[in-house]
Ligand binder design. Structure first.
Ligand SMILES: Cc1cc2nc3c(=O)[nH]c(=O)nc-3n(C[C@H](O)[C@H](O)[C@H](O)COP(=O)(O)OP(=O)(O)OC[C@H]3O[C@@H](n4cnc5c(N)ncnc54)[C@H](O)[C@@H]3O)c2cc1C
Length: 323
């Protein structure tokens, strides 16, 4: 492995979504020696949506533009960002101080503190046809793939905010969108339920789960099982959009820190993990509400905590650093 510079920074931030970029902005304003590493192979969730209308102060924005604004603002305060996919993190002691080593495919970065903000990736349905037809009608991103389904019929699997929001977005292109949900009512917030119910392009398949995604070279339909009756039915469609939850992107941490059962990082109120000096924020942590606004809040707290931790290690009283 090529070695990056041996310099020991104050903090390495892993992830360039709302959580990481907010942590980066706060760290840069605190004049921490910080670098943010972002992967171009793992897509940030915020960039997957075409409409964000619940980030305070921003009436409507695409996710891409909102995150671009976060980045521009963080960099305007001097945050250094670099494209790297992080493959591992380890901690060691040198001259009585804990040093973190953050490894990437091409080099490594050393720091007194790490903030993990790697978000989450879409959960799969794990049914027959899903893997083989990925990119041939199976998608986890309406913003990316929606325009390919102009004039077609598609299904959306899921019943939460993301599923309904993306179903509404897909009505711009598709002739008909069927929301397949395992329950008999949606889980999404009221305003989205109202919009879905009043759309003449949206239909619902209640109490149903996908048994199989059908098609040879392209998706041709889905087989559904009614969870109450066990009956099997079919819907002909050209696209299957899956929004059934997310898996936190934490595999690269191994057993360095305590994780919840589903893989999210256990954090305290200060965004501290089970390992002193390693903080985490946003959708890779265990939390109640996965949104841009909460990710940004978590990022601010993580940066503040990391700053306090680093200053303590360096033997500086908090407040001596220019903020
Ligand atoms: C389709 C969709 C619609 C949504 N709609 C809304 C909405 O309307 N309003 C709202 O508030 N929220 C919405 N959300 C949720 C919101 O996008 C997330 O809660 C938010 O983006 C979480 O921010 P984050 O920074 O924790 O993670 P992410 O935005 O997922 O960012 C993670 C970052 O980490 C990087 N990364 C991952 N692994 C690595 C690695 N190994 N090395 C380096 N970098 C890595 C990624 O490239 C990315 O930059 C939506 C999500 C989706 C998917």
């Amino acid at each position: 492995m090529l070695s990056d510079d041996k310099k020991i920074r104050d903090v390495v931030i892993v992830g360039g979504g709302p959580a990481g970029l907010t942590a980066g902005m706060y760290s840069a304003r605190a004049r921490m020696d910080a670098i943010l590493l972002e992967s171009f192979s793992v897509m940030g969730q915020a960039t997957m949506t075409d409409l964000i209308e619940n980030y305070p102060g921003v009436e409507r924005s695409t996710g891409f533009d909102l995150v671009a604004g976060f980045k521009k603002q963080a960099e305007s305060f001097g945050l250094q960002t670099s494209q790297h996919t992080v493959t591992g993190v380890s901690a060691m002691t040198e001259q009585g101080k804990r040093i973190f080593e953050v490894r990437t495919e091409t080099g490594e970065f050393r720091a007194l503190s790490v903030i993990v903000a790697t978000g989450a990736s879409p959960k799969k349905l794990e049914v027959r046809g899903e893997k083989d037809l990925l990119g041939k009608g199976v998608s986890y991103c309406a913003t990316c793939d929606g325009p390919f389904f102009k004039g077609k019929e598609v299904v959306v699997v899921g019943g939460g905010d993301t599923a309904v929001e993306e179903a509404l977005y897909l009505t711009r292109f598709a002739d008909k969108v069927t929301i397949i949900h395992r329950r008999d009512r949606l889980r999404s917030v009221g305003i989205l339920q109202e919009r879905a119910a009043s759309s003449d392009k949206i239909d619902f398949a209640w109490d149903s789960v996908v048994e199989e995604i059908e098609g040879k070279d392209l998706v041709s339909g889905v087989a559904l099982r009614n969870v109450k009756t066990g009956d099997i039915s079919h819907i002909a469609c050209g696209g299957v959009f899956v929004f059934v939850g997310w898996n936190p992107n934490t595999g690269f941490l191994g057993d360095l820190v305590a994780l919840e059962k589903g893989g999210s990082i256990k954090v305290d109120r200060a965004m501290g993990s089970s390992l002193e000096g390693l903080f985490a924020c946003g959708d890779c942590t265990s939390k109640v509400l996965h949104q841009v606004v909460t990710a940004a809040g978590d990022g601010a707290t993580a940066a503040f905590s990391s700053q306090k931790y680093v200053e303590e290690i360096k033997g500086m009283a908090y407040g001596q650093i220019e903020v």
